[in-house]
Design a protein around this ligand. Structure first.
Ligand SMILES: CC(C)(COP(=O)(O)OP(=O)(O)OC[C@H]1O[C@@H](n2cnc3c(N)ncnc32)[C@H](O)[C@@H]1OP(=O)(O)O)[C@@H](O)C(=O)NCCC(=O)NCCS
Length: 193
């Protein structure tokens, strides 16, 4: 686990951004699609040198420990069996530290695997925030989705984290399109989470 919170630790700033994909991809119509080069601010090796392992499946993830991280950042805890099922249907990226199964940073996306994906549950253990780990999991999640060919990646951002997602090239209301959400509001006597 991270020892201390360091708001502006800059160990990534000197790191050479690791090229993580080709600068162009072939579209199905055969035309060359110029695409923004997707790069990782910190390579897996750089993260490993700082004690963090990159994980790309939910296998071995302690969902109870994930729930603890959720609780520590103010997210609701989920029923573990339901959370496990949600993970089974998601693309996930997470970082473990001293304990193999305990996440210190986590992000997941659910979608159709072809066109669209929605990002959920982006969290970093509070004692590890400000170290570039949130960016590390989000960069990898976006990269993995792009490698799947998924071009439409959306998320809900709480106002206090809009700036974080902007740095990752997410835009508010692109082309004037408004996000809309239908929320089922459960009564206080039932639990669906
Ligand atoms: C939001 C969160 C995931 C960011 O993770 P993190 O590891 O602390 O962020 P990083 O260290 O990777 O920061 C990367 C960059 O984003 C910036 N950043 C981080 N949080 C930010 C915020 N809330 N607003 C604006 N910029 C932010 C950092 O300053 C850094 O920028 P820099 O490279 O120019 O210095 C983390 O703070 C968290 O878990 N918060 C609680 C849960 C939450 O709100 N999740 C999002 C739900 S919508």
């Amino acid at each position: 686990m991270c020892k201390r919170k360091k708001k502006k630790q800059q160990w990534w700033s000197s790191a050479i951004r690791a090229a993580a994909s080709d600068s162009s991809t072939k579209r199905s119509d055969g035309k060359e699609e110029e695409q923004k080069v997707l790069r990782l601010t910190l390579s897996d090796a750089e993260l490993a040198s700082r004690g963090f392992s990159v994980r790309r499946t939910a296998e071995g993830l302690d969902v109870g420990a994930l729930n603890e991280v959720f609780a520590r950042v103010g997210f609701p805890r989920r029923q573990e069996e339901r959370l496990r099922r949600a993970l089974d249907h998601s693309r996930v990226v997470w970082l473990s530290s001293s304990s193999e199964s305990v996440p210190v940073a986590f992000a997941r996306a659910a979608g159709d695997g072809v066109f669209n994906a929605v990002v959920w549950d982006v969290v970093v253990e509070p004692s590890c925030q400000g170290l570039g780990l949130g960016r590390a999991v989000m960069e990898r999640l976006v990269l993995d989705l792009r490698r799947d060919g998924v071009a439409n990646i959306v998320l809900y951002a709480e106002p206090r984290v809009v700036g974080f997602y902007r740095l990752l090239d997410f835009a508010m209301d692109p082309d004037g399109i408004r996000g809309m959400a239908y929320y089922y509001r459960k009564s206080s006597s039932t639990t669906t989470n």
